[in-house]
Design a protein around this ligand. Structure first.
Ligand SMILES: [Zn+2]
Length: 107
C-alpha cells in the first residue's frame, strides 16, 4: 500500500512520550497492496516502534507496538522466512529430549 510518509506522520506519535515522529526516523520495512510496515525511532526518548498501516473500511488504520529491534534488525526479521509448523515441531522435539541447562543457549 503506497502512502506518502508525510501523511502517516501526522497520525503517529510516540507511545512513550507522545512526541510526533519525524520522517527521518521512519523506515519502511515491508510493504504490499494492503499494508505498510514501518519502523520508527523517537527523537525524544529513543523508544522504537513497529507500526502497521493499512487502509480499512473507514480510512487509514494504524497499529503500533513497542520493540527493542533496531531498524536493520527489524528489516532482517520482516524479510526473513516465516516460521513453519515443521520448525515448531522440530524445536519441540529438540527441547523434549534436551537435558542440558539453559546456559548453553545463552552463550
Ligand atoms: Zn518518545
Amino acid at each position: 500500500m503506497k502512502l506518502p510518509l508525510e501523511n502517516i506522520q501526522s497520525l503517529i506519535r510516540c507511545p512513550v512520550c507522545n512526541k510526533k515522529y519525524r520522517s527521518t526516523k521512519m523506515l519502511v520495512i515491508d510493504e504490499d497492496d494492503k499494508r505498510t510496515t514501518l519502523h520508527m525511532s523517537c527523537e525524544g526518548c529513543s523508544a522504537s516502534t513497529i507500526v502497521f498501516v493499512s487502509m480499512g473500511q473507514f480510512g487509514v488504520v494504524t497499529l503500533g507496538t513497542l520493540t527493542d529491534l533496531e531498524q536493520s534488525e527489524a528489516r532482517r526479521v520482516f524479510q526473513g522466512e516465516a516460521v513453519t509448523a515443521d520448525n515448531v515441531i522440530e524445536a519441540h522435539q529438540f527441547l523434549k529430549h534436551y537435558e542440558g541447562g539453559v546456559e548453553a543457549f545463552i552463550q
